[in-house]
Design a protein around this ligand. Structure first.
Ligand code: OGA
Ligand code: NI
Length: 385
């Protein structure tokens, strides 16, 4: 693509900039673009036709009611078996469910969404202090999906905050808004507790635990991923901002991807935007108040030897409303090898995935432009049948 063609569609850039290149300008993200009163999207955001959403015409959109898992039911021994059934079915058939009655205080959740909005509302110079290309940085502000490699950018800015361990990470997190650190600490602790309770249920549903004992009481087993590894795992909080987009049919807020870890707990505001692929079709997930969307990640698919499926999902944007979401990504410790649980493999059911660790994943995403069609990382870990 010639640079003249790139610039021709971007009046704002042509009028305002001389010193920085067009690419440097776009690296500042979509909030920054929108603040300049954009009426067309720059070429860099325009997806090839076959990768665009094609469901925005009236009547074309499919709305899906996700399977529901009731956390309170899971915690009660009388109703637990039924709730475990719902969980199993959801993880096998959808790779995702809505978690209701999760027990986290409204205030913790409202404050988290609110502080995320206020962070993205800060002046660009304040937000940009946290821009970093270093994937290991405990606080990273950026744009698109995989900013260093994406040929086409997506309509999303983000702030990623690592929580491992919290005490070491917090001093690197943004100090503005003033209540950001406290709010995220509180939120992340609550969500991590919920995650660990969910993992007890997941292990039980896979037949890997007989009772609902605390995870800590499990004995260490060197041949498989143990409960303690779930408990000592890593947590990344990702605040996503998808501003209203003047040409929402030409681009996406996030391209199709599956999350790499064990589970992701997603909090979304009332604006719809998340879509999952189900039975080969893209369907919109209806926001359900007071719930979390829980995704199966690639590592859980591997650990369960393919019984639980990570879900391919994407984000669409719209022309009138901006949307904020907060994802909490949970995985095993960075240096842990993820492999099919030895209790789930035998001669008749051999391992279907290669051993994988976080380093493999980082190498993979650094080396290729993200493929916008499939669960490509996981595919690369599959063993031939
Ligand atoms: C993610 C993600 C979906 C959303 O952060 O990995 O898929 O709705 N987010 O923001
Ligand atoms: Ni995701």
């Amino acid at each position: 693509m010639g640079s003249i063609a790139v610039l021709a569609d971007d009046t704002n850039y042509r009028e305002s900039k001389a010193a920085e290149t067009h690419d440097q300008y776009l690296q500042k993200g979509v909030r920054h673009l929108c603040e300049r009163g954009l009426t067309r999207i720059p070429t860099k955001y325009i997806l090839p036709k076959e990768e665009r959403r094609n469901d925005s015409a009236i009547g074309a959109k499919t709305i899906l009611k996700l399977p529901i898992v009731d956390f309170t039911q899971l915690q009660d021994s009388r109703s637990r078996p039924q709730a475990l059934n719902s969980l199993t079915k959801a993880c096998e058939e959808f790779g995702v469910f809505q978690l209701i009655n999760h027990g986290i205080n409204d205030d913790v959740i409202l404050r988290m969404t609110d502080v995320s909005k206020r962070f993205f509302d800060l002046p660009f110079d304040e937000r940009s202090k946290y821009m970093s290309k270093d994937m290991a940085s405990p606080a990273r502000y950026g744009t698109s999906f995989n900013q260093n490699n994406d040929k086409v950018f997506c309509w999303r800015d983000f702030l990623k905050l690592s929580c491992n361990p919290l005490s070491d990470s917090i001093p690197s997190w943004p100090s503005s808004p003033v209540d950001l650190r406290e709010t995220v600490v509180n939120y992340s602790k609550n969500i991590n507790f919920l995650y660990l309770k969910l993992m007890e249920a997941v292990l039980e549903s896979l037949g890997l635990k007989e009772t609902t004992k605390s995870l800590k009481s499990e004995k260490t087993d060197t041949r498989t991923n143990t409960s303690n590894e779930f408990e000592d795992g890593s947590q990344l909080i990702v605040m996503n901002c998808y501003p209203a987009c003047p040409e929402p049919d030409l681009t996406l807020g996030m391209p199709p991807h599956s999350d790499y870890g064990i589970l992701t707990l997603l909090l979304q505001d009332e604006v719809e935007g998340l879509q999952i692929q189900h039975q080969g079709k893209w369907v919109t997930v209806e926001p359900l108040p007071n719930s979390f969307i829980v995704n199966v990640g690639d590592h859980l698919e591997i650990f369960s030897n393919g019984r639980y499926k990570s879900v391919l999902h994407r984000v669409v944007v719209n022309s009138s409303m901006s949307r904020v979401s907060v994802a909490s990504l949970h995985s095993l410790p960075f240096d842990t090898v993820v492999r099919p649980s030895h209790k789930l493999v035998n001669e008749a059911n051999p391992p279907r995935y290669r051993d994988t660790d976080f380093a493999n994943f980082l190498e993979y995403i650094a080396s290729c432009e993200h493929q916008r069609t499939s669960k490509s990382f996981l595919e690369s870990r599959k063993l031939d049948d």
